[in-house]
Design a protein around this ligand. Structure first.
Ligand SMILES: *[C@@H]1O[C@H](CO)[C@@H](O)[C@H](O)[C@H]1NC(C)=O
Ligand SMILES: *[C@@H]1O[C@H](CO)[C@@H](O)[C@H](O)[C@H]1NC(C)=O
Ligand SMILES: *[C@@H]1O[C@H](CO)[C@@H](O)[C@H](O)[C@H]1NC(C)=O
Ligand SMILES: *[C@@H]1O[C@H](CO)[C@@H](O)[C@H](O)[C@H]1NC(C)=O
Ligand SMILES: *[C@@H]1O[C@H](CO)[C@@H](O)[C@H](O)[C@H]1NC(C)=O
Ligand SMILES: *[C@@H]1O[C@H](CO)[C@@H](O)[C@H](O)[C@H]1NC(C)=O
Length: 669
């Protein structure tokens, strides 16, 4: 074969909707949960940034009504304008650890680069005038009430050692409920983990003897569920805690038995608990815990929890992100499970576990259970029996509570399995929004922050998840530390080590054709005949959206497929005879399959010895002059071929279709 004869391959690289295409980080092997589109940092639209010389913007408090996003960072608290966190109007409270305390901290052998600072770890609204904040203060935690209007550092501080951990990296969660401060963490290095109530007439703790109610617990989240509201049985509000701890009860064959497994747990306490009189004095009388399982086939580590209720507490759902434990670090993966409040209640109403001293293990307790049911809140039923508060409870009940903190049943996820399992990703944070779609259904949209600075946005459809997009929100890889959604600003705020980022909940204008808009299955977006627009629940303008199947509506509403592509040049490639040439097909969608037409006929996926259709393009091997021709590629997704009906360009340029228009979507901002 004579090499060196040049000939031409004319290739039209037409991506799914004509864009130049996003670089894909994906391989084809994890198609199960591949985000449909990939948006890199340089392609972000409409985002705002806030950062200063400070680090660790980990604690976010959004006050949507006041239009303020408060941020607790390392050595400072900021008040940002929630409509634009980067508008330069921020106010700052510098709050550094004093030099003496930093010196103390260094002398204790702590890390001078990360630990001996004041990491603000708690920031919540205390009352109508004040915020409450706690910081680690170089391993010497302090708390204080801050006048939100004046926004200056007060001169009075409270000892923080029972409210805030010493260690900036320790798992910690806290809530202010009716003025009471409910926190859970391991406060000091040597102390036991504890769920505490402070700033309250009746401070309470968890019990430590003869049983530890918590074993080496690492806390993830706490959620108030207002079960007293319209309760027909006069029930109480409850605070639910989510954490990992060392399991005494399980000996799962899957794990090395010699190594104590750590498991995910949910625990709860009642808001009106005031402790016992003689037994469980100044301790919770309503503490109960149960195992939380997600059923990924590996050792699971709880990372984040978010919750949502559809107007009443009984509709509360919890979403949980799990990753594989460190033992499996070579194989990074995450899972998301959903739990209904009724599944949690079911476990708490079921049988108890008991510790058998002789056998040194936990097993199901089948003996008599005293009345009122141990661990339950004070209800009308107990009030009728004369138990007006937890201090009136009989000794038999309190003794039982002391020894039976753990429930026998585990809390199972909805559908009995994860909604999503995703390889090569470690989710570190979750936030959820419920969106009314045009089909009359509400869909839960999850924003999942990763360990390397990306956000995965996903819509829950039935028992599965469709990942709409993955967005790189920080150029430097770093864990997403916190996520907050603002309905008023239609924004997601992302806190991380290097700063705070604000991004729109949806960037519908990114979808530039009807098919692209519908295939995205983004409940915030719909096609209005000309562009993909952000919708509101009341919208009714003959909009096209298909969350359920993601492929219906375009043809009927617009008559034919329109591809408002930008000018798509034919690219001429000159190839040496005998060379191999790869023709790339840039797809907007990671889920689209490339289909190649050569001189108008489809190139079969197999059976052509010199043409190979692969994920990254069409490989033409050992080229001959007769391989010259017009190569076009299409994206096929969910049975739709985008660009299919477009006329083949005879000349070397593509034009706007006659009736097509460039996207004209009003911006969300
Ligand atoms: C604070 O940010 C630094 C720099 O990125 C990081 O190394 C450290 O782990 C962060 N600390 C906390 C407590 O998040
Ligand atoms: C935030 O910015 C918007 C737009 O610039 C402005 O109208 C609003 O007053 C600001 N809010 C606060 C709390 O400063
Ligand atoms: C931290 O300690 C190291 C070693 O003792 C020292 O070289 C470094 O300058 C210190 N850094 C700071 C910020 O103090
Ligand atoms: C809010 O709490 C602060 C600190 O305890 C107190 O000084 C202030 O008076 C309280 N404000 C109201 C309106 O109760
Ligand atoms: C409980 O409250 C009722 C009504 O307020 C009262 O009559 C009763 O004595 C109280 N019982 C106890 C044990 O305090
Ligand atoms: C495509 O068409 C051109 C022009 O008609 C022809 O020269 C070429 O051989 C065709 N290519 C193939 C692979 O059939």
């Amino acid at each position: 074969m004579s090499r060196g004869t040049a000939h031409f391959l004319t290739a039209l690289f037409m991506a799914a909707a004509g864009a130049v295409g996003y670089p894909s980080r994906r391989s084809a092997t994890d198609l199960d949960a591949t985000p449909r589109t990939t948006v890199t940092f340089d392609e972000l639209l409409g985002v705002r940034h806030f950062s200063t010389r400070t680090l660790n913007y980990s604690t976010l408090l959004l006050e949507d009504g006041r239009g303020i996003l408060y941020v607790g960072a390392r050595g400072a608290i900021f008040a940002l304008n929630s409509s634009d966190v980067g508008d330069g109007s921020h106010r700052t409270i510098p709050w550094e650890a004093s030099p003496e305390k930093q010196m103390d901290c260094l002398q204790k052998g702590k890390n001078n680069k990360t630990e001996c600072f004041n990491h603000v770890r708690f920031l919540q609204r205390l009352n109508s005038t004040h915020l409450y904040a706690c910081g680690t203060y170089a391993f010497h935690p302090l708390c204080t009430a801050i006048d939100a209007d004046r926004f200056t550092l007060p001169s009075y501080f409270e000892e923080g050692k029972e409210k805030c951990p010493y260690d900036p990296a320790r798992g910690y969660t806290g809530l202010i409920v009716d003025g009471g401060l409910y926190t859970a963490t391991r406060y000091e290095f040597r102390s036991l983990p504890d769920i505490r109530r402070n700033l309250h007439q009746r401070p309470l703790k968890t019990e430590e003897s003869p049983l530890h109610w918590l074993n080496d617990a690492e806390f993830v989240a706490s959620v108030l569920v207002q079960e007293s509201k319209d309760s027909p049985v006069g029930d109480d509000d409850k605070i639910y805690y989510f954490f990992m701890e060392r399991a005494g009860e399980e000996t799962t064959s899957f794990f090395d038995k010699s190594q104590m497994a750590r498991v995910a747990r949910v625990a709860r306490v009642c808001k009106s608990d005031v402790g016992g009189k003689k037994i469980l004095q100044r301790k919770w009388t309503s503490f109960m815990k149960a195992r939380l399982v997600c059923y990924i086939p590996y050792y699971e580590v709880l990372r984040s929890i978010c919750s949502l209720d559809g107007g009443g507490w009984a509709s509360t759902v919890f979403y949980a992100a799990f990753t594989l434990s460190a033992q499996w670090r070579t194989m990074e993966a995450s899972a998301v499970c959903r739990y209904s409040i009724s599944a949690v209640q079911h476990a708490f109403e079921g049988p108890y576990m008991e510790y058998q001293d002789s056998a040194r293990k936990w097993s199901r307790y089948d003996g008599a259970v005293p009345e009122p049911r141990p661990g339950s809140c004070i209800t009308d039923h107990s009030r009728r029996k004369g138990y007006n508060s937890s201090q009136d409870l009989p000794n038999s009940v309190l003794d039982f509570v002391k020894l039976h903190p753990l429930m026998f049943e585990e809390v199972k996820p909805a559908g009995g399995e994860p909604l999503l399992v995703k390889k090569s990703v470690a989710y570190s944070q979750l936030a959820v929004d419920r969106v009314q779609a045009l089909d009359g259904h509400s869909y839960d949209v999850l924003f999942m922050g990763t360990g390397d600075g990306w956000i995965h946005k996903a819509v829950v459809v039935g028992s599965g998840i469709h990942i709409v997009e993955e967005v790189q929100v920080f150029r430097e890889p770093q864990p997403v530390e916190s996520l907050v959604i603002s309905q008023a600003q239609r924004s997601l705020y992302v806190g991380a080590a290097s700063g705070v980022l604000q991004m729109p909940l949806a960037s519908c204008a990114r979808y530039i054709s009807c098919y692209d808009c519908v295939l995205a299955r983004d409940p915030y977006c719909a096609w209005d005949g000309r562009s993909c627009c952000a919708i509101t629940a009341a919208d009714d303008r003959g909009l096209v959206q298909d969350i359920q199947s993601g492929n219906k509506g375009c043809r009927s509403s617009t008559g034919r497929v329109r591809v408002p592509s930008g000018s798509l040049p034919w690219k001429n490639r000159t190839v040496l005879q005998g060379d191999d040439v790869l023709l790339p097909c840039d797809q907007r969608s990671n889920l689209a399959r490339a289909i190649w037409l050569l001189n108008g006929s489809e190139v079969p996926g197999t059976g052509q010895d010199r043409l190979r259709v692969g994920v990254d393009g069409l490989l033409v091997m050992d080229t001959l002059p007769q391989h010259s021709g017009q190569y076009r590629c299409y994206g096929e997704e969910r049975g739709l071929r985008e660009g299919q009906e477009q006329d083949a360009a005879a000349d070397s340029k593509m034009h706007w279709p006659q009736d097509g228009q460039p996207p004209l979507c009003p911006a969300v901002w």
